[in-house]
Design a protein around this ligand. Sequence first.
Ligand code: FAD
Length: 476
Amino acid sequence: MSELVVVGGGPAGMAAALAASAAGVSVTLLDAAPRLGGQIYRQPLRDADGSGAAIGPHLPARFAALRDAGVELLTGRLVWAVSPVPGGYELFLATPEGAGAGRLVAPALVLATGASELVLPFRGWELPGVTTAGAAQALLKHEGVLLGRRVVVAGSGPFLLPVAAALVRGGAHVAAVVEAGDPLRRPQALARLGAAPRVVRDALSYLAVLAGARVPLLRGAAVTAAVGGERVEAVVVSRLDAQWRPRPDGERRYLVDAACVSFGFVPRLELARQLGLSDHTAPGRPGAAARHDGGVTGLAGVFVAGELTGIGGAHLAELEGERAGAAAARYLGHGAPERARHGALARAGRVAAGLAALYPLAPGWLEWSDQETVVCRCEDVTVGALRRALAGGARSVRELRSVTRCGMGYCQGRTCGPIAQLLVAAATGRATALVGDLHLRPVATPVALGALGAPDAAPADERDADPAAAGPSTVV
Ligand SMILES: Cc1cc2nc3c(=O)[nH]c(=O)nc-3n(C[C@H](O)[C@H](O)[C@H](O)COP(=O)(O)OP(=O)(O)OC[C@H]3O[C@@H](n4cnc5c(N)ncnc54)[C@H](O)[C@@H]3O)c2cc1C
């Protein structure tokens, strides 16, 4: 049994595992993806020779140190539930297909589960070929597959630029990058990025790729409709006012075979909520973030790091991971040195705040949809159905879910939950923090019934395999 289980193999989780193991802690690092890296360092599924070890070929060299440090790597394993048990915490595992994959028990945990994407709905966004920007990027990084040949990248936030640049490099024609906000009109927030040469350098490199491919960069505009039959064939791009309401004068169609949309990220809180960790909400944004003090939570032996604690980018996530790993080591009695780099953490925190201030959400997106626009794609719940439920007295996201089934489908509200939260807040005039959300799920990720009934069962492919390769000894 490892002393520490780190959930999430992104920059935060990898840094936490390294810091703890450097202090002498035995660590298991676990991720749902087949390979470590998290979102930003997502690896191809297979190497050229067809193999697929937990660490892919493109990770920065320092992360290969995980292998040398003896950290037990457990990839392709979802944690679908976590609960306190005497002397520690018990995690219930499943394969990505939802089959039960045993349990882990450890005295301490670092949760580094990252974030998922926020998409604001518009007419036709459920058409095949319309995806999140992250999904388009994941397809490219994981499998080397382009989402489309002619693509529009739209939404708001700094993430649009690397995705558009990656699509250009991958051979797509990016017809436009469509940013709903206008960062150039926020000189104060822009000036704060002067203290972030890394961010500026990255942004300039993406802009150079886009300029080289003559990709138009629109500001103050949004995709307000996707049009097509079997799949998306065109998108309507509308000019917006400062509140993101479509302006009557400016509408243009772009012929596309794909559109990628992203409005930033929402922390993934399912496991933190199962443990009852407290959280906080940023004004005007949906979702919430795990509350902590230097990575230490209110629950003994549970530490948090990375975007689960607030959206701040990979560099901040990594610094927080280091801090959480060292704090966990100290908790376990390993006398780890105080590794937190306070100056670097404070600087990275200021950069994150600066980026958030550059790209605030504005309420006019509510006008991009009509009554028939789908909000919950799993259960086919429309804006009209939600508005009727709100007119009928629903005052919280959970009430909305009970009345309409919004958030009861396969993704359990991961996509529509933040949208529902913004809708309820707008309709009731209350802050997003006061209208609830859908992060609390007794089953964090979809699993087969068999996994609930017999959580110890190993997946069939492992039962049939050589016992030496049947998984780590820490699975009980
Ligand atoms: C789709 C997407 C794409 C992104 N791409 C970029 C990019 O290209 N460039 C950039 O600068 N930023 C990108 N970001 C932002 C990015 O999340 C951060 O900058 C950085 O990766 C955060 O690091 P992290 O360690 O906090 O989380 P992540 O990197 O998100 O890592 C969290 C890990 O936890 C795992 N996990 C979550 N829940 C469970 C569970 N229940 N069981 C098991 N494993 C679990 C996930 O599989 C994931 O690998 C992206 C974000 C998203 C959501």
